[in-house]
Write a protein that binds this ligand. Structure first.
Ligand SMILES: C[S@@+](CC[C@H](N)C(=O)[O-])C[C@H]1O[C@@H](n2cnc3c(N)ncnc32)[C@H](O)[C@@H]1O
Length: 266
């Protein structure tokens, strides 16, 4: 694992502690303005149970979301692909499964997420091919201009403090004509399911997520609030169009609370 950006080493445990104090008094989650070090600390804290909670809280659908999402990249043998905010690497693995001859580099600023992902793959099969992992902030990627044929972000863009700057950084490292794919939550598109979805996301998901993860910073309350704060599909597509991308399209994935956005670097 390459830890090229030593300045963005995983945060120490004092970040969660100071956040717990904030949580006692504030009504909205104190991380909603996405302070980099605290977001990094939040993911370091929940890393050991991140995958398990994804499976439980999404009723296992998250595996299918990633499978569908990587198809937007139109991967070909020999392609070099960046998985930014890769976490434990499930999107990277979906890409490798879709096209075994791609080279995937996963980057994330949470060392604990990277280490848990690496351990998971080694336990499954010592010889399983995986992404090359790099500890890096998506706002300052340690790659040269025009490096990648494709770039993808799964449930990560919502956590980046400066969204347009993050999109520009992804565009910088993509080759001209390279494809971008962003998988992210979106306001429920199925009107019939909306009341259930709002109730589940606002009540069950934070309560169960905070309990099972043992998160002192209430990571799953942050998840709920950051999703509510996130633009809808059309608005996010507009934001992408304001950066060096064109051919921007998006579609919801079943049951309608997740969307795949795709774009091409001009
Ligand atoms: C919800 S997890 C998603 C992980 C993975 N992509 C997946 O599909 O499960 C979000 C990840 O984004 C990372 N992240 C958030 N902001 C980041 C930033 N500015 N730079 C690098 N990683 C970031 C977090 O550390 C975390 O691992």
């Amino acid at each position: 694992m390459n830890t090229s950006d030593s300045s963005s080493a995983p945060s120490t445990s004092d970040a969660p502690d100071s956040a717990s104090a904030d949580l006692a008094t504030d009504t909205s989650h104190p991380f909603l303005d996405k302070p980099g070090k605290k977001i990094q600390g939040l993911f370091d804290e929940i890393a050991p149970r991140y995958d398990l909670l994804n499976r439980i809280l999404s009723f296992n659908i998250d595996i299918w979301w990633r499978y569908k999402a990587v198809q937007s990249l139109r991967l070909k043998p020999g392609h070099k692909v960046l998985d930014a905010c890769c976490g434990t690497g499930d999107l990277s693995m979906a890409a490798i499964k879709a096209e075994p001859e791609v080279e995937v580099i996963g980057s994330d600023f949470s060392m604990q997420m990277l280490l848990n992902g690496d351990r998971k793959r080694r336990n499954k099969s010592g010889s399983a091919r995986g992404p090359r992992l790099v500890q890096a902030d998506t706002l300052r990627l340690p790659f040269k201009d025009n490096t990648f044929d494709g770039a993808m972000v799964g449930f990560g863009m919502r956590n980046v403090s400066d969204l347009p700057a993050g999109l520009r950084e992804l565009s910088r490292v993509l080759k001209p004509g390279g494809r971008l794919m962003i998988l992210e939550f979106t306001p429920m598109t199925n009107r019939l399911l909306r009341p259930f979805s709002d109730w589940y996301q606002g009540t069950i998901l934070p309560a169960l997520g905070n309990l099972l993860s043992g998160s002192r910073v209430k990571a799953y309350s942050y998840l709920d609030e950051s999703v509510k704060d996130w633009p809808d599909g059309d608005r996010f597509a507009e934001i992408i169009r304001m950066t060096p991308f064109h051919a921007v399209r998006w579609k919801p994935l079943f049951p309608g609370n997740v969307a795949v956005h795709e774009a091409v670097k001009g």
